[in-house]
Every structure is written in C-alpha cells, then in structure tokens.
Design a protein around this ligand. Structure first.
Ligand code: ATP
Ligand code: MG
Length: 562
C-alpha cells in the first residue's frame, strides 16, 4: 500500500479511493465535474470542483469537465463559457478532457434500443400528469401503465419514430421497465427519453428526443471510464438506478457513485434556481454582482481563488447536510489577503486638514511599508504636504470617553508621517465641520516623538494635492437573516443596505491605474479590489471584506468555553 499515492488529509471519499487503488480494483483515479450549463457556477460548485480535481491530483489521476447538457430548453452557450472560465479561474485544468453528455447522444440512443430489445424499456403514451399519478407514494406502490406490455417490435417502431420527429412534445416517453412496486420510487419505471422539439446549443436540431439526467449521467461516466462519480446527497436514492443501468447495458467500465453533503452557507442562497430569479428580476446587477455567491460574483468582489480552495478544504466532507457560517469564508479571505495584499491609504469620506505651520508649496515623500506581513513586498513613498485629507469619522468635536481619535486640542499620529494637534475647527454656514486647522511637530517625522510622549490614535490620511478621486462600493450580505427563505419567500429577506456607493472618495497615488481584480488593503478599512467599471479617470473599488473578523471571535469564544 505504501507505494500508492496518498493525500495529505483524508476523509471518507479519499479513504474509499485509497482502498480501491490498494486492492487493485482500479489502476488510477478518474473523476469528473459535471455541471449542467443552465446557470453560472456558485460557491457550492466550487466545493465539488475542489473535491473532484483535488482528489484526482492527489492520487495522480485526472478529472474531466463534462457538461450535462441534456435539457436544451434551459441551457445556453453563455453558461458553458462562463463555467469554463470559472473553473480555470479557481485554478483547475481539465486539459484535453472536456466533454459533453451531448457527445454521447448517439451511443445513449443505441443503448436505449438495447434495453428495448431486452424487454427492459417501453414507449409510454401516458401524459406527464398521468405518469406522476401512477407513480404512487413512499408508502403506496405505483400502478403499471397500460402501455407497459407493448411488444418489443412496437416499442422499437415507436421509439424510432419518436426520434424521427413524428410525435408532439409530451405525447410519449421512453421508460425503463423495472418495478412499479419498488420501495425506491426512482426504480418505478423511470423516464429515459422525452420528446422536445427544441434546438440544442451544441447539437442544434439533430435531435428532438433528449435523454433524462438519470439515464445520461451514469452512462456518460461509464463511457469516460470514470472510476469514482462524486455527487451530492440528493442522488443517494438514485444510486440503485445508476447501478441498474450499469448492470443492464454493455457499458465499457463500471464507475462507482459516492455521495457527499452539499455546501450550504448562512446569509446566502445557493441554488441556481434562486440565483437565476435574482438575476432575472433585477434584484442584483447580474450574475457577477459582487453580492452573489457565484464564482463570477466572488471574483468581482475580490475573493481570491486560493481563499475559496482553502475554504473548501476547511469545510471538509460530510455525509450529513449542515450550514456553514459565512464568517468562515470571510475568515479565509482575510487570512489570505492579510498575507498577500499591499496596504494603501484611502479616505472614503474626506475631511480637509490644513497644517498651519507646514511650509506652503512644500512636498515630502515619506516611506511607507507595503505589507508588514511580507517584507519582500517592499515599500513605497507617500506624498505629504500642507493640505491633507483625513476620514471624517476620525474627528469629533465633542468626543465621548472612548473616542481616542482627533478632537480639538488633541494630538494624534498620521501613519508614516507626523504627530499633529488640532488647533481650530472651521465650519460652514450650516454648522458643518469643513476644515481642521492643525499644527505638526517636525521632530516626529516617521510617527514617533523623540521625547517619548504617546498618542492614542494613528490615522490614515492623504495629501489633498496628490489624492486621486475614486468611487468605492461597500458591500454587505445580500440577505438580512442567516436562513433566507426559512419563513416564506427568500426575496423578502433581501437586505436593504447590502450596497452603499461612495462617490467622493480619495486614494493615494499608488492606487491609480491598477488592473481590474487587483486586491489591496485600505488601511483601517478592509480589503478592496478594482472593479471592471473602473476608468482611467475614475477607479472603482469594491469592498471584499472588512478587517473585523467575527469568525476568529467565534473560535476564540469556543476555546474559552471548552
Ligand atoms: P443547484 O442545486 O444550485 O441548481 P445543481 O446540482 O443542479 O445545482 P449542477 O450543475 O447539476 O447543479 O451541479 C454540478 C455538480 O456540482 C454536481 O455534481 C452537484 O452535485 C455539485 N453541486 C451543486 N451544488 C452543490 C453544493 N451546494 N455543494 C456541493 N456540490 C454541489
Ligand atoms: Mg443538477
């Protein structure tokens, strides 16, 4: 067993695979990620992608990307392209192994004929409603269709004519002949083919009958010599059917289906059915709205793919469904960005500060560390002059006890620069503070006083003359409760303040001209990334996540409790 590749960490799926390799059942591992191209990928899919591609890589095997494109009415090329882009972005490569279930339509059709010839499939003229009514319930057996006893010849003839386009949508289906009394409803003569006169994104009008997911999926696995077909728990009850097909068709290999729990996330809806509603009804700006849990939304939000892979690993694999706290995802994002993102200064709501004893027209370039967590990130300089901008909320005229930032008569540190003291508050006619007049201590360059006196606050700031205007979008959870939809329509739980757009922001010069998706920390504010709406005149930044880490708190509390 020791000569087999083995993963760093293990779980029930990796254990099964390791055992299958050790026993010689399989010589190598082949997995697949099988999206239906009827929407954009979401964070739940990223768990499945990380699992399938991750397991294949760990055991020296390969992972296929296979589009389960069996339902032409809901599928589009746009989705196929977005899915490929997103899988690559997450960091995985299927190489030459990109496939489509529609590549197998002819083979699947031949195998349907095979089942008919073996007396194991029949054409049924019952309507969809009648078939449903005949199906029975969990406690009652189903009823056999009157068409179940058709002869093989009649079935062959009708099925060929279904393919030839002689019949209307919904008028007939092909069903497997298994057992209408089975305790497993999926074995009560499941539908294999339905008539759909619809153009398919890849096969065009070549077909007007389409295989069902259940019929296409396992056989596609077998054609591709998939060894371990990993899927989510809702397919557990379909496994006997998956195996029935393998038992009754001359398939070239025998894959094994293994189920794991799907990812659910607090404050988030994940199912494509719901995400598509948000997009279609204009409740978000599109599939890549930074509040969406889609991979394109998370990318636009600034979430690095490494953080998603880390998240997926930390969530792990389970056989029972649970809801993961979205704070864990945010923690993974912070953890990575803390190590990798350059620090910069940005003032979101500027307040003008004039340093009255600083020479008019003079500019100094003060060195500033890019990332204290990463010495290799080096440093830059930031310009300092007589007119500065600070954050409006960093000043209070009448500060309460716990407020240590700037106030009349008080001294604070400007990061990388000097200690300044507020001497005078200038207000407009409406009584609003529009300017602070401060003095600086030239002996405190770099931020420390030679006489050792201390200040309680360090503020970020900008030189007004050098600051670059920007728009900043502050995002928060899209939903205002952890379990959207638990008490009715999930759309009623959409939060009214999930987005705040700030237009008068200012940035230090080093933040101008960054490429889209560049990620930085705005000191004291959070992590931000460049939005594709940016122009050379006006950069737009999205807040990925704030600096406050609720997950770290939850964990610290957990430790304290035990
Ligand atoms: P949804 O329920 O959002 O519509 P789906 O399962 O219908 O998703 P598919 O395109 O069929 O979407 O999914 C492709 C693969 O991703 C499947 O193997 C599916 O089991 C897996 N998957 C989908 N959602 C999740 C999730 N939340 N967690 C883990 N895996 C998931
Ligand atoms: Mg599905």
């Amino acid at each position: 067993m020791s000569d087999q590749p083995s993963p760093d960490s293990t779980d029930f799926i990796r254990e099964i695979i390791a055992a299958d390799l050790a026993s010689g059942k399989h010589a190598g591992v082949v997995t697949r990620f099988p999206p239906e191209p009827n929407g954009y990928l979401h964070i739940g899919h990223s768990k499945s992608i990380c699992l399938n591609f991750g397991v294949a890589a760990e055991f020296g095997g390969r992972c296929h990307l296979r589009f389960d494109d069996t339902n032409p009415t809901k599928e589009e090329m746009e989705y196929i392209e977005s899915i490929q882009r997103d899988v690559r972005w997450l960091g995985f490569d299927w190489g030459e192994h990109g496939y489509y279930a529609s590549d197998y339509f002819e083979q699947l059709y031949e195998w349907a004929i095979h089942l008919i010839r073996a007396g194991k499939a029949y054409v049924d003229d019952l309507s969809a409603d009648e078939i449903r009514a005949h199906r029975g319930t969990l406690t009652e057996p189903g009823k056999e269709s009157p068409y179940r006893t058709r002869t093989i010849e009649e079935n062959l003839d009708l099925f060929q004519r279904m393919r030839a386009g002689e019949f209307e949508d919904g008028s007939r289906v092909l069903r497997a002949k298994i057992d209408m009394a089975s305790g497993n409803i999926n074995l009560r003569d499941p539908v294999l083919y339905r008539i759909l006169h619809a153009s398919h994104p890849r096969t065009g009008d070549a077909w007007c009958i389409y295989p069902t997911y259940d019929y296409a999926h396992g056989q596609s696995d077998a054609i591709e010599h998939i060894t371990h077909s990993l899927c989510t728990l809702e397919f557990e009850d379909h496994r006997p059917l998956y195996e029935w097909f393998l038992d009754n068709l001359p398939v070239p290999s025998r894959p094994r289906q293994i189920e794991f729990a799907r990812l659910n996330l607090s404050y988030t809806v994940i199912s494509k059915r719901r995400l598509i509603q948000l997009v279609r009804e204009g409740l978000v700006a599109g599939w890549d709205d930074p509040r969406m849990p889609t991979l394109s939304g998370l990318r636009r939000r600034g979430v690095p793919p490494e953080a998603l892979r880390d998240f997926s690993e930390r969530v792990g694999l389970a056989k029972r469904e649970s809801v993961v706290d979205v704070a864990l995802l945010e923690h993974c994002v912070r953890d990575l960005l803390n190590r990798t993102a350059d620090r910069r200064m940005a003032v979101l709501r500027p307040l003008k500060v004039v340093i009255t004893n600083y020479p008019e027209g003079e500019v100094e370039r003060l060195p500033a560390v890019n990332n204290p967590e990463d010495p290799a990130a080096g440093s830059r300089t930031v310009p300092f002059g007589r007119e500065l901008l600070i954050e409006r909320e960093d000043f209070m005229e009448q500060p309460p006890k716990q407020f240590f930032r700037l106030a009349p008569g008080r001294e604070v540190r400007l990061r990388y620069a000097y200690l300044i003291t507020c001497q005078e508050v200038v207000k407009d006619a409406a009584g609003e503070v529009v300017e602070l007049r401060c003095s600086y201590d030239p002996a405190t360059r770099g931020g420390n006083a030679p006489d050792g006196r201390r200040v309680k606050a360090t503020l970020h700031w900008l030189s007004a003359a050098h600051a670059v205007p920007a728009e900043v979008r502050l995002y928060d959870h899209l939903f205002n409760r952890p379990d959207p939809g638990a008490d009715g329509d999930f759309k009623d739980d959409i939060s009214s303040d999930s987005l705040e757009v700030l237009r008068g922001c200012r940035l230090e010069p080093a933040l101008a001209g960054l490429p889209v998706e560049a990620r930085v920390q705005f000191e004291r504010q959070g992590y931000f990334c460049v939005d594709p709406d940016s122009t050379p005149e006006l950069p737009v930044f999205n807040r990925t996540v704030t600096l406050r880490d609720t997950w770290a708190k939850i964990q610290a509390k957990g430790k304290a409790d035990t």
